[in-house]
Design a protein around this ligand. Structure first.
Ligand SMILES: Nc1ncnc2c1ncn2[C@@H]1O[C@H](COP(=O)(O)OP(=O)(O)OP(=O)(O)O)[C@@H](O)[C@H]1O
Ligand SMILES: [Mg+2]
Length: 215
């Protein structure tokens, strides 16, 4: 995180202090968003995205991720984190990122940072990426066909990872790193890599949601 980002993040955290996260879930996120909108005094433009387990505030060059506690049925969400409170899918993501850092795979991930708790609720920072389902691939159909014919990875069927994005990974990182990365994903059990969970930072292919789902 740059010094400028840290300054902006502080203003975001100050605004989030007004939010009540007691019943924070897919059904109750609108209250948090509207209170944040009222109190955020920073100058950055921002928008909202959500998935099944997180609210994401999207700023011009980073995102703030806030894990849901409850799902649509008001049931406590279950996550794959080994430590701490088990509903926190962002904690699962941070754990994966730190493990990737220790094992030399961090470049394949959008960096995550834990910012601390606000009113008892954990808040996280992540680098901004262009999401694959919005941006598309850099590879051509012909390149992907050739790639699919020569791809030796036997993990890809299990991973269900888009072959255009995998082709971009191979082109950007090279064959050795590509193979090591695919094997690593299987080893650490990262799954649910649909087109909204992968992307690019500039032209570097990265995972943006690696908390998994059913682990
Ligand atoms: N680093 C990022 N940069 C840009 N957009 C992001 C980033 N992280 C998340 N998003 C957007 O927010 C959406 C939800 O975030 P994320 O996938 O991490 O949450 P989730 O609730 O676990 O999703 P899922 O429904 O896949 O379980 C993403 O699909 C993406 O569109
Ligand atoms: Mg997702």
């Amino acid at each position: 995180m740059t010094a400028k980002q840290r300054f902006e993040v502080e203003r975001i955290m100050n605004a989030l202090c007004y939010c009540d996260f007691e019943d924070f879930g897919t059904d109750h996120k609108d209250d948090v968003i509207s209170v944040f909108r009222t109190h955020y005094k920073g100058g950055l433009s921002w928008s909202i995205d959500t998935g099944a387990s997180k609210l994401v505030l999207i700023f011009p060059d980073f995102v703030i991720k806030i894990p849901f506690k409850y799902n649509w049925d008001d049931e406590l969400i279950g996550a794959n984190s080994q430590d701490g409170e088990c509903w926190d899918y962002c904690a699962a993501e941070l754990e994966q990122y730190e493990f990737a850092e220790q094992n030399g795979f961090a470049e394949f991930f959008a960096a995550v940072e834990y910012l601390g708790k606000v009113n008892g609720h954990p808040i996280y920072f992540q680098e901004l990426a262009d999401i694959y389902c919005m941006r598309g691939s850099d590879s051509t159909e012909a390149e992907v066909e050739e790639f699919e014919e020569s791809d030796e990875s036997n993990q890809c069927r299990w991973l269900d990872l888009d072959s255009y994005w995998r082709c971009d990974v191979l082109k950007y990182y090279g064959k050795e790193k590509y193979k090591a990365f695919i094997n690593y994903l299987a080893d650490v059990n990262i799954e649910d890599l649909h087109s909204g969970n992968i992307g690019y930072i500039n032209s570097r292919p990265v995972l943006i949601d690696f908390s998994g789902w059913n682990n």
